[in-house]
Design a protein around this ligand. Structure first.
Ligand code: ATP
Ligand code: MG
Length: 419
């Protein structure tokens, strides 16, 4: 019996991968313009890192982590998200000593043991960005302007930016008490998860997808009404800057994020097209995280977007697979080696060239050229080889010319590559 892949962990095949490359390429290009530099961190970390940063009572830490002991007995976890590992690296390598502001981005797989369904997998991929060292709301607005610009440049349909503020160490506990008091009257309507964590993490009830919990919390007091003066000002300035930069948004006072480390600004890029997998990108400010992890007392803000969900939204767009520039067809035994040499010569010069390797008929070769949608076909027959000529067929124009074989690779590559 053949071996299949692991449930919830997908292959990204040629044909689909072009859209992914496009997403990644656009992120590198646009994030680069905004001053972000790439950081690459391992896929596994000590389990403790995620427990301490994400929070013991979150869905991720409670039930979604891939945790195991390695042969030396160290408890390690496949990263469920990117912020904690990036902050761990930031602290460990003292990046703060090199510059007072650090803008970083990452691209890579994340792992969560969830029930696989459309837009929700066990290995999935995120592109994320983080800014460390600035608490001015200008940077919140700039990060959101960059995220919106990225979505616009990809022409992602049906997405909208929602923002909220979750307050700080001063005002969140006050709100938490207000919310706990409110929920106490409605506990029997709520799901067992929310009942269990209503004392430890009552905010999660606002985020719960179970209908009973949504109903129970529909008229709950909002964090925004409990913000302290400084958080309220920060949120007001953020909204003004977003207006200044012409970034569209709505305020969603019910949005809480699933990770404990968020403070003040939080946001999601939501879509109406993916059912309950409606968040395509999400993030927020984490002003306490770096110091909680033993680093300097520096504020940060960031987001992560899910590439599977983004790719699903872009399915309507026909992102072209690359087609060969040229296909070499040969006719006669002696021409095969000459054709093969020409092929490699062209490839070394940056031309995407193809041929049929196993001596098929001319008809079969041309059929393959057609199937691959090669832009040009070179036909090399024995007569041509004698005369040092080839037939060059332009498949789009349906025209054919005879050109010299010597110097062909050089001439063709000069006129068909940039620079
Ligand atoms: P959800 O509420 O859908 O579970 P989340 O709040 O757990 O999302 P985050 O931790 O904020 O998600 O991750 C950021 C983004 O990563 C999400 O907006 C989503 O696009 C993507 N993402 C998260 N979990 C998965 C998953 N299991 N499969 C695919 N994409 C995911
Ligand atoms: Mg989740």
């Amino acid at each position: 019996m053949s071996i299949s892949g692991i449930k919830g962990m997908n292959d990204i095949l040629p044909g689909a991968v072009e859209a992914w490359q496009h997403l990644e390429h656009e992120a590198r290009r646009i994030f680069g313009h905004f001053g972000y530099r790439e950081i690459r961190v391992p896929v596994a970390e000590k389990t403790e890192l995620f427990c301490r940063s994400i929070g013991e009572t979150t869905d991720i830490v409670e039930k979604e982590m891939y945790t195991f002991s390695d042969k030396g007995g160290t408890s390690m976890t496949l990263r469920p998200e990117g912020t904690a590992p990036v902050m761990r690296a930031f602290i460990q390598h003292k990046l703060y000593a090199q510059d007072t502001v650090n803008k970083l981005f990452y691209i890579g797989p994340m792992f969560r043991h969830e029930r696989p369904q459309k837009g929700r997998y066990r290995q999935f991929h995120q592109i994320g960005a983080e800014v460390i060292g600035v608490d001015d709301p200008k940077i919140d607005a700039q990060l959101l302007a960059m995220l919106s610009h990225y979505f616009e440049s990809l022409q992602v349909p049906d997405v909208a930016l929602q923002i909220n503020s979750l307050g700080c160490a001063e005002c969140r506990p006050v709100y938490r008490q207000v919310l706990t008091d409110y929920l106490e009257q409605r506990l029997d309507q709520m799901c067992s998860d929310c009942q269990r964590r209503y004392t430890t993490n009552p905010l999660r009830a606002l985020d719960c997808k179970v209908p009973g919990c949504q109903e129970a919390t529909s008229a709950a007091p909002a964090m925004l009404d409990s913000l302290c003066t400084s958080c309220d000002e920060h949120f007001g300035q953020l909204r003004d800057y977003l207006d200044l930069l012409a970034v569209d948004f709505t305020v969603n006072p019910r949005m809480v994020r699933g990770l404990d480390y968020y403070t003040k600004t939080t946001f999601e890029m939501v879509t109406g097209s993916l059912g309950s997998q409606n968040a395509v990108a999400a993030g927020g400010r984490y002003d306490r995280l770096i110091s909680d992890l033993g680093g300097p007392d520096l504020p940060g803000i960031g987001f992560a977007m899910g590439l599977e969900r983004l790719a699903l939204l872009l399915e309507g767009q026909d992102i072209a697979a690359p087609r060969p520039d040229l296909f070499i067809a040969t006719l006669g035994k002696d021409t095969e080696s000459a054709g093969f040499k020409l092929l490699t010569d062209l490839q070394r010069r940056g031309i995407q060239a193809e041929m049929e390797y196993s001596g098929k008929s001319l008809k079969a070769q041309l059929r393959r050229a057609d199937k691959l949608q090669a832009r040009y076909v070179v036909i090399l027959g024995e007569d041509e080889l004698q005369k040092d000529m080839v037939q060059l067929r332009d498949m789009d124009q349906s025209s054919q010319t005879e050109v010299p074989l010597s110097g062909f690779a050089e001439n063709f590559s000069m006129s068909h590559t940039e620079g």
